[in-house]
Design a protein. Structure first.
Length: 263
């Protein structure tokens, strides 16, 4: 949805500068990867990741992910919440399957969107929802502002979501998870040019692609060492060689999130 549209718009913007590197990778004999599912890894459950929330419309159709960080607060992406109102969204916990009817459905009493947010490619892509109904699921810890070394290049990050399992594909009925390595700022800037704002974003993915977040995963968690360290934000397509996923660098926004969690 919105994130993928942005991703596609971004594709056009960066194509001229970044296409050469990707073309070189793809043109290498034998380098073309076989089609692989996105969020590649494997199916999982909200029992394994109890803080993993579906963000849905009023009819409980999921469109983004979110992370429970206290009984009544959910961290998600600002771009997921643009145009939404407290009456247009629900948060669903404890529901592994999109077509399930179990778990806890909460209305939202407040939507805080980072006031600096304009577009995911400009950064600031964070929002905090306040729930009308407490969730009885174990929340995730999130990074403090001082934990900047958590994004060490090559560190293993976990991504989770119900998003599409291929670019332009269908959403996964069951929750999925995968791990991807953190990509250096230098490398990510080579992929995305000035759309990559290092202060506000961190990239993760394999050079050869194949494992990534995709449409519908936006707003969901990037965990490092089990701690919420990023928010699925944008990227050029999904799982393409040379184009890692881009995540909100949560250390930059940790204090803002804490202010909302405590409000
Ligand atoms: C989206 O549209 C989206 N590959 C999420 C993540 C990525 C691209 C698009 C990154 O929600």
């Amino acid at each position: 949805m919105f994130g993928l549209n942005r991703a596609k718009k971004t594709a056009a913007v960066v194509a001229a500068t970044a296409a050469a590197a990707a073309t070189a990778l793809l043109a290498a004999p034998g380098a073309v990867a076989a089609p692989q599912p996105i969020v590649g890894g494997s199916t999982t459950t909200t029992t394994a990741y109890p803080f993993m929330m579906q963000i849905t419309d009023a009819s409980q159709n999921q469109f983004c992910g979110g992370t429970l960080v206290s009984a009544t607060k959910v961290v998600t992406a600002a771009h997921c919440m643009v145009g939404e109102t407290t009456s247009s969204v629900r948060v669903v916990g404890g529901r592994t399957y999109l077509n399930g009817t179990n778990g806890t459905v909460s209305k939202v009493s407040k939507i805080w969107i980072n006031p600096d947010y304009t577009d995911a490619t400009n950064g600031d892509d964070v929002a905090v929802l306040t729930l009308s109904t407490s969730m009885s699921y174990t929340p995730a810890s999130y990074v403090s502002s001082s934990q900047t070394s958590i994004y060490a290049t090559g560190a293993t990050a976990r991504i989770i979501g119900w998003g599409t399992t291929s670019e332009n594909g269908s959403s996964s009925n069951q929750l999925r998870t995968a791990t991807v390595p953190i990509v250096s700022n230098t490398s990510c800037a080579s992929s995305y040019g000035s759309d990559f704002v290092a202060s506000d974003m961190v990239c993760a993915g394999y050079t050869s692609g194949g494992v990534d977040t995709c449409q519908g995963d936006s707003g969901g968690p990037l965990l490092i060492g089990g701690v919420l360290a990023g928010i699925t934000s944008w990227g050029e397509g999904c799982a393409e060689a040379g184009y890692p996923g881009v995540y909100t660098r949560l250390t930059t926004f940790s204090s803002l999130v804490t202010a909302q969690v405590n409000s």
